[in-house]
Design a protein around this ligand. Structure first.
Ligand SMILES: [Zn+2]
Length: 438
């Protein structure tokens, strides 16, 4: 319940408690085990159903509402564009620039990449059946994961020598790829470092993999599983981790080409609190764990393996960025620069991204009565409570924070949060867009 401190309702609300939608994709954790269900504030659980993603924002697929009045957040922006700030209202057409999510992942999410703005428009024009959303949603979609539990992902291409080493040691992988695998190994053995030639070679091998006939995938999967059981390959770097992964992914998606992509893509393991940033056109797949995720407000996706949905191999091959250079990491600022003052045991970290649409802050109020005061942000923000209870104040309004509470804070409002429960941390994540960066 939001309480007004003064009788006089200001033109635009400063704080709006949100009611948020969730998705039930089949890769989500099941029933009350899923963090998404736990945070959803739904009082009825289907213990056999997956709860995959909580969506916080104004995206058309699962838009958030004012918790009390049920008014859509996007309609509130129509009446009160100042909630977004003038530059963001102008640049993002009266919409939130970001979409904030919580993910709870039981089995791998499809291998995918998100198009840039030009490609998103082209895809809709050429194939409106596969890409119906792109007409309204021609946005690019950089995204960032912040792990809440140990979290696994595949992201971007491995360094050239690593892929070459897998090709040299794993005959089923070589056989599946055919001639481009041999070209790959010849180039690797020459030891030259012509990056353009390397990129072209990675692309040819990747294309051969994604276009491999299904009967060959089935046969090579059998051979790979026999290798996993044997002790033949023990000298290969990282093999022990990959053995477990191969068995698990094959159980989740039997005879899927995605199984072989783990030899091309970086395997990333994040400890809680660590983050991963994914640029537009960068291949990725999230494999397991709970996380908050923030992205430019878009649902545009092109799919490869690990999916029962429509794949678009041609587009995925042509759009992917084939550079094997190191991943872009978000900048983690241990002292959130938006913090004005604190009381008690408080920490706040800012995950600053290269994307203009969003950054994410984590706020941890560890002692009873611990409090944090945040400077007004020159743009909108959304806060979710992952753990504990407390109070939030923004402008002239306040609300009670419970597990799973989600609040929108309008642009230009100073905000503060307080932990009011002994013996428990109050842990909040805040997605924000600061228009000074635009
Ligand atoms: Zn993605």
């Amino acid at each position: 319940m939001i309480i007004m401190k003064s009788d006089k309702l200001l033109e635009a609300p400063s704080l709006i408690r949100l009611r948020c939608g969730f998705t039930q994709n089949d890769w989500g954790k099941i029933g009350s085990e899923s963090l998404v269900f736990q945070l959803s504030n739904s009082n009825k659980v289907d213990q056999n159903a997956p709860y995959a993603e909580l969506w916080m924002g104004s995206h058309d697929l699962h838009p958030s509402q004012d918790y009390e009045t049920r008014e859509w957040l996007r309609d509130i922006f129509q009446s009160h564009p100042s909630l977004l700030s003038r530059p963001i209202d102008h640049w993002f057409n009266r919409q939130l620039p970001f979409l904030f999510k919580v993910l709870s992942i039981e089995s791998a999410i499809c291998i995918q990449a998100h198009p840039d703005k030009t490609l998103a428009k082209q895809l809709h024009m050429s194939d409106p059946i596969t890409y119906p959303e792109q007409e309204k949603d021609s946005h690019h979609k950089p995204e960032m994961i912040v792990a809440l539990t140990p979290f696994e992902a595949l992201c971007g291409f491995r360094p050239f020598p690593e892929i070459a080493s897998f090709l040299a040691h794993l005959s089923p992988l070589r056989r599946l790829i055919g001639t481009p695998a041999h070209e790959f190994m010849v180039l690797a053995s020459q030891g030259t470092s012509d990056s353009l030639q390397e990129i072209a070679t990675v692309k040819r091998a990747w294309e051969a993999l994604l276009r491999a006939p299904q009967e060959q995938i089935v046969a090579c999967t059998r051979e790979l599983l026999i290798l996993v059981e044997s002790d033949e390959i023990h000298q290969l770097a990282g093999w022990e981790v990959l053995r477990g992964l191969i068995t698990r992914l094959h159980r989740q998606y039997p005879d899927d080409v995605g199984l072989f992509t783990i030899f091309f893509m970086n395997y990333v393991s994040l400890a809680p609190g660590k983050a991963l940033f994914v640029s537009p056109n960068e291949l990725h797949s999230y494999l397991s764990g709970d996380a908050v995720e923030c992205m430019a407000s878009s649902a545009n996706v092109v799919r490869g393996g690990f999916t029962r949905k429509q794949k678009d191999i041609d587009t995925l091959i042509s759009m992917a960025s084939y550079s094997c250079s190191a991943r872009v990491l978000p900048r983690i600022l241990p002292h959130n620069p938006h913090v004005v003052s604190t009381r008690g045991a408080v920490s706040s970290v800012l995950y600053q991204t290269p994307a203009e649409e969003f950054d994410v802050a984590k706020i941890d109020l560890r002692s009873h009565d611990a409090q944090i005061q945040l400077a007004p942000i020159h743009g909108p923000s959304i806060v979710i409570c992952i753990q504990g209870r407390g109070e939030i104040h923004a402008g002239n309004q306040m609300g009670d924070i419970n597990h799973g509470s989600v609040f929108f804070i309008g642009a230009g409002n100073a905000a503060s949060m307080r932990n009011n429960t002994a013996g428990s941390d109050l842990v909040l994540f805040q997605a924000l867009c600061d228009s000074r960066g635009l």
